[in-house]
Design a protein around this ligand. Structure first.
Ligand SMILES: *Cc1c(COP(=O)(O)O)cnc(C)c1O
Length: 368
């Protein structure tokens, strides 16, 4: 199957094989080596000197961890959202009693740093800013370097969802001044779903000391204490960690700059490919993501029928739209080590599948 969803993504064979190994004692020396290797690798990919903790749970779990470990009920938080995952961050903060101010931008577009700056200067009560680096629901990448600069200039805590970007797109945790950054294993890290990661700056740890939101499973204080002795507080997803140890080595060996360049090339290939088929991109091309491409479902075509045909007749799985974009867009994932032939095959199948469901690309144009 050519799995072209924006997570989970296909895992390389050596990673799958590593994950099939026999279990070890998670309170023993073998695990200590495993978790220490993983932590070193994660720090390289995060490009940080800060603590990076590995949590067992999906990406949303680490988003929840980011909130409950740095905030208190009643704190004013600015949620900057450009899609479904940005909205989710706000919902989590609200669920734990934060006072959430919302700054939203039209779906398909990125954050305007000037508007963000203006909002922050008018709301001195804001303690923290929630940002999605790469909005997977719309296929848009924010200019996080600029966003972070604005947030840091106004001296707020910066909490970033980098779940569909970190390990694939350029990311500089320390240079950009990101206080808390979360990521998830089933995206560009090329392993199975079930692990998530969270980095904490000194400022984030200071916020942790004061935070009063309830926490137990996600308590990063416990996670840090255990990590210092090469353990995790609870039984972790050991099998996924075996795979992650290999994937981190693959990423570091390839070189982060090469990984970023390859994703740019994949993004260009898919964007050009869908345009050549006669489809329209959904995301504004100036901020289109290099890990996921969003495409308008053409007029007169049923999204369900198209995606179903691609799956059953061509063995290609493409994601549909989320929330209000359900039925309106499709999303093609291109994170991790994707052979270019897989992308070409997916694009060829998309063209053939569209033809099968009755798409006429030059409908209004001249036809011989
Ligand atoms: C996938 C994703 C999530 C959610 O992760 P889960 O692992 O499904 O909980 C959150 N934010 C972004 C940007 C994502 O791409």
């Amino acid at each position: 199957m050519n799995l072209r969803t924006p997570g989970p993504i296909p895992c390389p064979d050596e990673i799958l094989e590593a994950s099939a190994k026999q279990m070890i004692n998670h309170r023993g020396p073998e695990f200590q080596d495993l978790v220490n290797n993983i932590t070193q690798g994660l720090k390289k990919v995060y490009r940080t000197k800060n603590d990076v903790l590995t949590l067992t749970g999906s990406g949303t779990g680490s988003m929840e961890a980011a909130i409950v470990n740095t905030l208190s009920p009643g704190d004013t938080v600015l949620s900057v959202s450009i899609g479904v995952f940005g909205d989710r961050f706000a919902q989590i903060a609200e669920a734990y009693g934060a006072k959430v101010e919302k700054l939203t931008f039209p779906w398909g577009n990125a954050i305007d740093p000037d508007i963000l700056q203006d909002t922050l200067s008018k709301n001195p009560d804001i303690k923290a800013v929630l940002v999605t680096h790469n909005e997977t629901s719309t296929g848009v990448t924010n200019d996080l370097e600029k966003v972070a600069k604005v947030v840091k200039e106004s001296d707020k805590l910066l909490i970033v969802d980098a779940i569909s970007s970190l390990s694939s797109l350029p990311f500089y945790t320390d240079d950009w001044g990101c206080d808390v950054v979360v990521a998830g294993s089933q995206k560009g890290w090329m392993v199975a779903p079930g692990l998530s990661f969270i980095s904490m700056s000194d400022r984030a740890w200071a916020a942790f000391e004061e935070s009063k939101m309830p926490k137990f499973y996600w308590d990063v204080g416990k996670a840090k204490t255990y990590l210092d002795r090469g353990q995790t507080p609870w039984t972790p997803a050991v099998a996924i960690m075996y795979g992650l140890e290999i994937s981190l080595k693959m990423i570091v060996d390839e070189g982060l700059e090469n990984v970023y360049a390859r994703h740019k090339e994949m993004g260009d290939t898919v964007r050009n490919g869908v345009k050549n088929i006669g489809l329209d991109l959904f995301a504004n091309e100036s901020c289109a993501s290099n890990t996921v491409t969003s495409v308008h479902i053409p007029e007169g075509i049923e999204a369900k029928e198209l995606l179903g045909t691609l799956r059953t007749d061509y063995n290609v799985v493409i994601a549909g739209g989320q929330g209000s974009l359900d039925g309106k867009i499709m999303r093609i994932g291109h994170m991790g080590q994707v052979p270019m032939t897989d992308l070409d095959e997916a694009l060829g199948s998309l063209k053939a599948g569209l033809d099968k469901v009755g798409f006429q690309p030059n409908y209004s144009g001249a036809r011989g």
